[in-house]
Ligand binder design. Structure first.
Ligand code: CAA
Length: 286
């Protein structure tokens, strides 16, 4: 029993949408918040599309879709999350932005047992907990993309997170949402990104050095290692700006060259080639 009934999700991008969808499908009330109401509404429209696709392929009943949608409301006003039992922050992967948000959440979320969670991929939870007056209920809850399909959730207690908060989040992700959970130490990248990001960056370096075409590098891993997607397409799907930001955070933490975003990746991000969301990355999505 996790006693979580009302979830606030901050950030209506691809992760926030996915988290909203799985929470709403689990019968929870969800308030999806973004900096403008238009962005929050676009997030809700994305969730609605995703639910409709699932209904069309028979994975969801029309009643189930209607129930999930009815449980979601959108806002640009963070104070609407005041009564939430859990807030999951899924905003841009930028430490200053996340610290500012946690400072605000600490002010507005009034429920005494409320958990403030971050979906960060790479920023140490301790740095977010440090700006609040309740570090024992601040925790990392890291989902994977696409959230409705990927079974894993990493639960990351910081040195201050209480055992009760950690167990509550394991029960929430495991029992309420039906995900597979792992608990990892509060180190940049946690388990999955510490392994995944150097692999994606190595593929970018291969493109740079002309080892093979992007297409052939990806085929190498799909046809040679049975990965569902090659590294460059996966990087495009995650977003090249996000991959670069995670690489920077890992490099800052470990100072190992394998985590440093290569020049080609930086130039692509600076040129607005962000992968699937911008229509062009290593591959074209137009
Ligand atoms: N990100 C976003 N969307 C993704 C995605 C990803 N990584 N992988 C797949 N999708 C989307 C596809 O765009 C497609 O959406 P539409 O229906 O809207 O076109 C949908 O999922 C189905 O994809 P497929 O056509 O590939 O269908 P499938 O049923 O054969 O396989 C899948 C689905 C199991 C998700 C498979 O595509 C897969 O395994 N993809 C790789 C997923 C992955 O590795 N995720 C981890 C990303 S890393 C991360 O999330 C951590 C982080 O912090 C950065």
């Amino acid at each position: 029993m996790t006693s979580i009934k009302h979830v606030g999700v901050v950030g209506a991008g691809q992760m926030g949408r996915g988290i909203t969808e799985v929470c709403a499908r689990a019968g929870l009330r969800v308030t999806l918040c973004d900096v403008t109401e238009d962005r929050a509404r676009a997030g809700l429209a994305g969730v609605a599309d995703s639910l409709l696709k699932k209904e069309k392929r028979g994975a969801l009943t029309s009643d189930g879709r209607a129930r999930a949608l009815a449980g979601i409301s959108v806002t640009e006003d963070l104070s609407r999350l005041s009564g939430a039992d859990l807030v999951v922050e899924a905003a841009v992967e930028d430490e200053q932005a996340k610290r500012a948000l946690f400072r605000q959440l600490d002010e507005v979320v009034t429920h005494p047992d409320a958990v403030l969670a971050s979906n960060t991929s790479s920023i140490p939870i301790a740095r977010l907990a440090a700006v609040t007056r309740r570090p024992e209920t601040v925790v990392g809850v890291h989902f994977f993309n696409p959230v409705p399909e990927m079974p894993l959730v990493e639960v990351i207690p910081s040195l201050h997170t209480s055992k009760a908060t950690e167990l509550r989040m394991c029960a929430f992700a495991g029992e309420t949402l039906g995900k597979t959970t792992i608990v990892t130490q509060d180190r940049a990248g946690f388990v999955v990104n510490s392994l995944l990001i150097p692999y994606l960056l190595a593929a970018v370096r291969m493109v740079s050095s002309g080892t093979a075409t992007a297409e052939d590098i990806d085929t190498g891993m799909t046809a040679g290692c049975a990965h569902p997607m090659g590294p460059l397409r996966l990087a495009d799907f995650i977003g090249l700006d996000t991959v670069a930001a995670i690489g920077e955070a890992l490099y800052e933490e470990y100072r190992e060259p394998l985590y440093a975003p290569p020049p080609l990746l930086r130039r692509m991000v600076e040129s607005g080639l962000l992968g699937r969301k911008s229509g062009q990355g290593f591959f074209s999505y137009r």
